[in-house]
Every structure is written in C-alpha cells, then in structure tokens.
Design a binder for this molecule. Structure first.
Ligand code: ATP
Ligand code: MG
Length: 444
C-alpha cells in the first residue's frame, strides 16, 4: 500500500522540511511552511537503454512561431509563441492579465486556429462579458474547469494551437489531497501541463498570481519548469502597463511591451518614448534617460526632489529605480561631484509608473538629483536634457550598449546634444555640461 508522507513545504521558495519550523531554512521567511501530504507510491519503471540521436539529424517541424496578434506581446515573447512551449504570465491582481490573454486568444482564433481558455477563476458568463467589451473573441473555445485531470485530457483530445490556463493556482489534482494553490498542487499542475504541452504541441500559457514581494506565487520551482516567464506590471493609478520577460528560452529577456488600459481592452503603445519621455522644458530636477530595453531604446523622464531634512538618516526614496542603486548614485554625487546631500531627503521618480533596471539610466538620475539640489534648470532651458551612461564608483562614466541607437532615439524627439560617456568621461564633466549654474559651465 502506498505510504503517505507528511512534509512541510515553504510557500515562498519551495524548500521542504520534515517538521514544522517557524522560519523557512531555505529563504528565511517566517510562517510560510505549510503541511503537505505526499504519496510515496513506490512505482518503479524499468528503464530500457535507448540510442541517442545525432543533433544534426533531428527533424525540426515546428520551428515556425505562432503570432498571437498582439504585437507588443509577440515582441516580448521574442517574435511570437513557440509551439509546444509553456509560458507563465505573472502580475498583481487586476493588472489586466485576463484581458491581455483573452485579446491574444481572440486574435489566434480569428486567424483560423483553435484557441482554448480554461477558466478557473471566473465563470463562463463573466468571461463572455469581458469578451463583449473587447470584441472579436467570439471564436475562442472556453472551458470552466479546475480539475487537472480533465484539463489535461481535454487538451490531449482537442489539441488547440494555444491554451490559456487562468489561473494555475486554481487547478486541483484530487490525489494530492492538499488545497488548490498550495505548493504541491501548483508544482504538479505545471509539470503535468508541461508534459501535455510537449506531447500534444499545445502552446500553453499559465496565469500566475504574484506574492506580496512581486514574485510569481507558488514555489520558484515553477519558474524553472516553464520556458518563459513574463511579468505584467503597472499600478492601478496609471493606465499604462508594462510587460517584460524575466526568463525566455527562445528570445531575449529585457524586451519590453507597453500597453494602455482602455475601456476596449489593452491597446499596445508602439512608441512609448513619446509617452514616458515627455518632459516640459525649464523643469528643475528633471532629466530624460535614454534607456535601452531589449532591442528598443526608450526615453524615460526622471524627476528628483531634494529637500532639507532634520532626520539623522536622510531618506532616499526611489519609485521605479532600485533603492541600492539610488543610494550609490547619491554617494557618488556627494563624493565626486561635491553635491552636498548629507542633510537632505532625496526622492526620485520615473514617470508613468515604469521601472528602470538598466545602469544606463544612472546618469539621468544623477543629473536630476544634482539639478534639484542646486535648483537650476538643466540644459539650455528650451529643451529637456537627454543623457545615458553608467556611473562608476570613482565618478567616471562608463559606456553602455548601443550608444548610436540611443542617440538616434533622442534625436528623433529633438533632444540633442545627448550627454553620454563619449561627450563627458566623468560625472563632473557631465554636470558641467548639463547644469548652467556651475561656475565654469557653458549651457549645453
Ligand atoms: N470598462 C473598463 N474600462 C477601463 N478599464 C477597465 C474596464 N473594465 C476593466 N478594466 C480594467 O481591467 C482591469 C481588470 O483586468 P483583468 O481582469 O484582466 O485583470 P487580471 O490581472 O486578470 O486580474 P485578476 O488577477 O483578478 O484575475 C481592471 O483593474 C481595470 O483597470
Ligand atoms: Mg484574471
């Protein structure tokens, strides 16, 4: 008889322990270990030896990518969905995951291929309401089902071109005994769907919720299993949403898709620079970063506020920038450019609710902070100042990838000259070129 083993699994990182612990030994989170039952069936398979193939002789019949019809989604996927792949789409509640994927399914169905939506969260009627709002999704097949076994069996029989599971946390394998959404259930669902996807050639998209720190809920093991992890970001106060690839076996990560949420669904924004880089001329504490997301240069407006504080530990608050990076930039400004920030709070914001991870945006953050501290308008006062470059710890500016493409993007919007590591080798030189109030300065 199968023996049932009790194990405790961390719901954050998937680490297991034989007994309950208050703190996870894997990731250090408190109170995350939950009890799970594992059947140790003791089934042995008699593996027979098989002859490996020569890689050059492998037949490639399914290389063609499948365009989803949502251009920004295709871009992030690296040119469309790869047949038989498993994609995980994560995002906070209400960000628009179901909306995006229903539009994609609608477009796939309109192109004459079967598109299946397995909904575990919303009823068929609720999805119909959304479909009416979006329009053009009448041909999508829909199945309201949470039992993993039936979902897999349906996929094997129907063999749709694309299947969306909304969401993986609602799927339930009866034999596991634990609640839907638990680590064991999510892991089981993902690995079974992976097998079905590979065997039946179904491009499967899993919707996953994110935890409070923004990671895709369920164990990280899910991220290892799937071929591609997409993160859908944006806050509810902005209409803009950003889709980025965290992991992609078939394309570049860093690729960025920008959408705007409208009453008719998510509309792709093909030219995000005009949206996020729009700075008014003559603004104190603002600079335009020419960042590169994947293959696409994008202008981002960075704003900074510096205000005197009586706090013993002044605040460095960044929205859309990494706090560690901001602390470093503030330190480099103080040490190498003599911008006194020791008794001032520094706030930095990237316009439009966008997050920028790229080191090429360092210089724009530094210029915005220095401009705010000195209270002077960067540049000639007629146009905003555009810049890019990574800041080194000794105050030098380091070159970043594709300077020509970045310059071309800035030129397209009339933001020239661009301050870059080529024109200013150090932070001090960049400040001199950008901020006219410097004693030896000349307006750029
Ligand atoms: N009529 C409308 N006009 C504009 N925006 C709308 C309208 N209806 C819904 N929305 C937007 O759609 C969002 C919900 O989208 P959706 O249900 O796709 O999100 P989700 O990520 O699937 O959420 P959940 O995690 O709850 O499933 C809402 O937050 C809202 O911003
Ligand atoms: Mg949803």
């Amino acid at each position: 008889m199968a023996k049932v083993v009790v194990q405790f699994t961390c719901s954050e990182c998937g680490a297991t322990a034989g007994r309950w612990l208050g703190r996870c030994p894997g990731c250090g989170a408190f109170g995350t270990l939950v009890e799970e039952l594992h059947g140790s069936g003791g089934r042995h398979s008699n593996g027979a030896a098989r002859a490996p193939e020569r890689l050059g002789d492998v037949e490639v019949s399914e290389a063609a990518r499948l365009a989803t019809g949502v251009a920004e989604l295709d871009r992030v996927l690296g040119g469309g969905l790869v047949p038989a792949s498993l994609v995980l789409v994560g995002g906070e509640p209400g960000v628009g995951k179901s909306t995006l994927l229903l539009s994609a399914l609608g477009a796939v169905a309109r192109s004459g291929r079967q598109a299946l939506l397995v909904t575990g969260e919303e009823s068929v009627a609720q999805v119909r309401l959304r479909a009416d709002r979006l329009g053009g999704a009448e041909d999508v097949s829909i199945l309201a089902e949470t039992e993993l076994e039936s979902v897999c069996a349906t996929l094997e029989r129907e063999r749709p071109a694309v299947c969306v599971i909304d969401s993986v946390q609602t799927l339930y394998a009866a034999e596991l005994g634990s609640a839907p959404g638990s680590v064991a259930q999510v892991r089981e669902a993902a690995s079974r769907l992976l097998r079905v996807a590979k065997e039946s050639g179904v491009a499967t998209i899993l919707v996953g919720h994110v935890t409070k720190d923004g990671a895709v809920a369920g164990p990280r093991v899910l991220e290892h299993l799937v071929d591609c992890v997409l993160q859908f970001e944006g806050d509810r106060y902005h209409a803009h949403r950003v889709l980025r690839a965290v992991k992609n076996r078939f394309g570049s990560t860093n690729e960025l898709g920008v959408f705007e949420m409208t009453s008719a669904g998510l509309v792709g924004v093909p030219d995000p620079s005009a949206l996020f880089g729009a700075t008014r001329a003559g603004e104190v504490g603002a600079a335009v970063a020419v960042a590169l997301e994947g293959t696409r240069p994008i202008l981002l407006e960075i704003q900074a506020l510096v205000s005197r504080t009586d706090l013993a530990m002044p605040r460095r608050v960044g929205t859309g920038v990494d706090p560690k990076r901001l602390a470093m930039i503030v330190a480099v400004l103080a040490r190498h450019a003599r911008v006194p920030l020791g008794s001032a709070d520094v706030f930095v914001n990237v316009a439009g609710g966008v997050r920028v991870d790229e080191p090429g945006a360092d210089l724009a953050v530094a210029l915005a902070v220095a401009s705010a501290q000195r209270g002077v308008v960067p540049g000639d006062g007629e146009r905003p100042i555009a810049c890019f470059g990574e800041l080194g710890l000794s105050g030098e500016l380091r070159s970043v990838a594709h300077p020509d493409r970045r310059e071309a993007e800035a030129r397209k919007f009339g933001l020239t000259p661009v301050i870059s590591p080529d024109s200013a080798p150090t932070l001090r030189a960049a400040l001199r070129a950008a901020l006219p109030a410097q004693p030896r300065a000349r307006a750029a």
